[in-house]
Design a protein around this ligand. Structure first.
Ligand code: TRH
Length: 383
């Protein structure tokens, strides 16, 4: 439980840029620090409504509340912390408000300031992880903490029981998940789909519908529902509904609470994910995944994709890697969004990709877990 040498109080400061990942990662980190390290955690978030989508028990109108053992403070409604925590985590380099930094500078002793960066598989992460960069004017110790896929990085968030719960999710649990979602699990090839609005959904669904193999696509409510409506030529969609065309069955799901999203990943044979947190969860699910990184104007998202393919692709046979790369390039707009050949090629090596995904998850689980590494990092830097 609590290690007295780890600073006991933590403030996590989260600005929601857009989408769900900022809140998703911060909520997961807060829960790990609280429940696996026994620390006092305050999560300061400027969009409690986004967090409520992930954790429905949260009251988005409350300035301060305790949820799942974590003190959730809506910022700026909740004002400033009376006293900054011993460790202040600035999530994704979102920038702490000036009045926060001033209060930190006056605290005795000053808190440890950790900037939690975005996840990347790029090689430079290892040499940047843990570097200090003191505040230009104030004597506040500030460090940069980089998640990553190597032992030298900050690692990935993972609950202690996650892999055991994944492995216990058997055929009966899979059937139960679909039944609870309003569907009968007929054992067909099943894909989950979570992507950005610019994903070429219509082209993918067309290739699946034209295929010979019955294929289920599970689509939680979100930005891709308009493209699904257009594909099927319907005016509305509702969770629990399924639409069919040729070999394709599209199953509409609600946006699931974060705690249940893992079950969707475990209930599928291939998972389309995006951004950061769902991307990591799909790797822990040990199923093949197709990733759409968050688009960045300078093309940095394609460099992140390439870096992942280089790391993850090592050990894959060349035919499987070629099909995987080609499909990911088309899904991410680096190649024509045409799947009539790319999908059958990917489908043909899905068993190889599945075995590789299991080995990859096992490899990642030996690398040290992010919240534990963060707690250890704080322990070693707080006098
Ligand atoms: O929503 P995202 O696109 O968030 C993005 C990324 O984090 C990106 O790195 C960041 O720069 C940008 O926000 C600002 O994708 P991500 O990271 O996968 O977060 C989605 C969260 O939603 C994740 O915790 C999984 C969760 N989720 C559910 O809880 N239920 C669902 O039904 C689905 C589909 C997702």
């Amino acid at each position: 439980m609590a290690d007295p040498n780890i600073p006991q109080t933590w403030d996590i400061f989260c600005r929601v840029i857009d989408n769900f990942g900022d809140a998703g990662v911060c909520w997961r980190l807060a829960r790990l620090l609280r429940h696996e390290h026994g620390l006092d955690v305050r999560l300061w978030i400027d969009s409690p409504r986004t967090l409520q989508a992930l954790h429905p028990a949260l009251d988005p109108h409350s300035a301060r509340q305790t949820c799942d053992g974590i003190s959730v403070c809506s910022w700026p409604e909740a004002g400033l912390p009376e006293k900054p925590a011993a460790v202040v985590v600035e999530a994704f380099g979102c920038g702490l408000p000036g009045e926060w930094v001033a209060r930190m500078a006056h605290a005795q002793p000053p808190p440890l300031w950790i900037v939690l960066e975005y996840l990347s598989a790029e090689p430079w992460v290892d040499s940047h992880h843990g570097l200090s960069s003191p505040h230009p004017q104030l004597s506040l110790p500030r460090y940069f903490f980089f998640p990553g896929f190597t032992a030298a990085s900050g690692g990935l968030l993972r609950e202690a029981d996650l892999l055991a719960r994944r492995d216990a999710f058997d055929a009966a649990a899979r059937a139960g998940f679909w039944r609870q979602s309003g569907f009968r699990d007929g054992g067909a090839l099943t894909l989950s789909l979570f992507a950005y609005a610019d994903a070429p959904l219509g082209s993918l669904l067309g290739a699946l519908a034209a295929g010979a193999e019955p294929t289920v696509v599970a689509l939680p409510e979100g930005v891709l529902w308009p493209a699904a409506r257009a594909f099927f030529g319907v005016d509305s969609l509702a969770a629990g509904q399924s639409l069919r065309r040729g070999a394709l069955e599209l199953r509409l799901l609600p946006f699931l609470p974060q705690a249940r999203y893992d079950e969707l990943l475990w209930a599928c044979d291939l998972n389309f994910v995006r951004g950061e947190d769902s991307f990591v969860r799909a790797q822990w699910a040990a199923r093949p995944l197709v990733w759409q990184p968050y688009r960045q104007d300078d093309g940095a998202h394609l460099r992140k994709l390439e870096a992942f393919l280089v790391r993850h692709g090592a050990g894959l046979n060349s035919a499987a890697l070629t099909a995987y790369r080609d499909f990911m390039a088309r899904w991410n707009g680096a190649e024509a969004a045409e799947f009539r050949a790319a999908w059958p090629a990917l489908r043909a090596c899905l068993d190889e990709l599945a075995g590789h995904a299991r080995a990859w998850a096992a490899h990642l689980s030996t690398q040290g877990e992010l919240a534990a590494k963060l707690a250890d990092f704080a322990r070693s830097r707080v006098k």
